[in-house]
Design a protein around this ligand. Structure first.
Ligand code: CAA
Length: 267
C-alpha cells in the first residue's frame, strides 16, 4: 500500500508525514524547527490520520515517531501563551488530544529524542514505548508555571508509582532513556539507528495476528484502572486549565519564549 492511495492524508501544510508499509501506518511528526511542539494543527492532522487508520481494515498497527532532535517537546507554548482561563475552560483545551488514547488499533511510540510535557504524555497514550538511547523524557510544565494536562500525572503515576511521578512532575527533571526504562516508563531501548527497524518489526508482527483478537487484548489491558483513569484525566485537565488563571502561568510561558528565567510571584 502506498501513500498515493491515501491522498486525503497528504496535507498542504504538513505537520506530519504518513507512510504505509504493508499493514503498518507510520506517522512522523515533521515540525523539527519547533521540536515537534504539539500545536492545534498538528493534533488535528494526527487525529485525522488515526481516524483513517481506524477505518481502514488494511491497517493492523501504527507507529508514531518524531524527527530531528525531538519526538515532541510538548504543547506549543507560543500558541498557549495568551490563552485565558475562560478560553481554555470553555473550549476544554487539550480534549482533542484524547483521540490517540482512544485508538482501538495498537500504537507504538518510537521515541527518537526529546519527549517532554505533552510529548511524554503522547508517548504514554501509546501502547508500547520504544526509545532510542539518546531519548530524554520529562514533565517540565512546572518550570513554565503550569502542570501536565494530557494525562501525565495519571499515566506516569500508573507506570512508575507515586513518589517517582511526584519527583518528576514537581521538579521537571529530565531523565535519560536508560532511567526511563529502569523505572518502567519505556518498554525497550535501542541504538538510534535500530529504533525504527525494531518498532516496525514489532508493528508488522502484531499486524499479522487476528485484528479482533489484537483489539480485544488492547481493550482488556486498557481496562485496568480505566474508571479511575478517566476520572483522573478529567480532573487533571480542569486543574491544568485552571493554571491559565495564574499570573505565574503567563510569566512562565513568556519567560520560556523570551529565553530568560521565570520570576514566579505565587499568584
Ligand atoms: N512550544 C513551542 N516552541 C517550542 C517548544 C514548545 N513546547 N519547545 C521548543 N520550542 C521551540 C523553541 O522556542 C525554539 O524556537 P526558536 O528557534 O524560534 O527560538 C526551538 O523550538 C528550539 O528550541 P530551543 O532553542 O529551546 O532548543 P534547545 O536545544 O536549547 O532546548 C529543550 C531544547 C530543552 C527541549 C527546550 O526547547 C525546552 O525546554 N522546551 C520546552 C519544553 C516544555 O516546557 N514542554 C512543556 C510544554 S507545556 C505542555 O506540554 C502542557 C501539557 O501537558 C499538555
Amino acid at each position: 500500500m502506498s501513500a498515493a492511495e491515501h491522498p486525503e492524508l497528504n496535507h498542504p501544510e504538513e505537520m506530519i508525514r504518513v507512510d504505509f508499509d504493508d499493514r503498518v501506518m507510520t506517522i512522523t511528526l515533521t515540525r523539527p524547527n519547533a521540536l515537534n511542539a504539539l500545536c492545534k494543527k498538528l493534533i488535528m492532522q494526527l487525529n485525522s490520520a488515526l481516524d483513517q487508520a481506524e477505518n481502514d481494515t488494511r491497517i493492523g498497527a501504527i507507529v508514531i515517531t518524531g524527527s530531528g532532535k525531538a519526538f515532541a517537546a510538548g504543547a506549543d507554548i507560543s500558541e498557549m501563551k495568551n490563552l485565558t482561563f475562560a478560553e481554555v475552560a470553555e473550549k476544554d483545551f487539550i480534549k482533542p488530544w484524547e483521540r490517540l488514547s482512544q485508538c482501538q488499533k495498537p500504537v507504538i511510540a518510537a521515541v527518537n529524542g526529546y519527549a517532554l510535557g505533552g510529548g511524554c504524555e503522547m508517548a504514554m497514550m501509546c501502547d508500547i514505548i520504544y526509545a532510542s538511547e539518546a531519548a530524554q523524557f520529562s514533565q517540565p510544565e512546572i518550570t513554565i508555571g503550569t502542570m501536565p494536562g494530557a494525562g501525565g500525572t495519571q499515566r506516569l503515576t500508573a507506570l512508575i508509582g507515586k513518589t517517582k511521578a511526584m519527583e518528576l512532575c514537581l521538579t521537571g527533571r529530565m531523565i535519560s532513556a536508560q532511567e526511563a526504562e529502569a523505572i518502567g516508563l519505556v518498554t525497550r531501548i535501542f541504538a538510534a539507528h535500530d529504533l525504527m527497524k525494531e518498532a516496525m518489526a514489532t508493528a508488522h508482527k502484531i499486524a499479522k495476528f487476528s485484528a479482533p483478537v489484537v483489539r480485544m487484548i488492547k481493550e482488556s489491558i486498557n481496562n485496568v484502572a480505566e474508571a479511575s483513569l478517566v476520572a483522573g484525566i478529567r480532573t487533571e485537565r480542569r486543574l491544568f486549565q485552571s493554571t491559565f488563571a495564574l499570573e505565574d502561568r503567563k510569566e512562565g510561558m513568556m519567560a520560556f519564549l523570551e529565553k530568560r528565567p521565570a520570576a514566579f510571584k505565587n499568584r
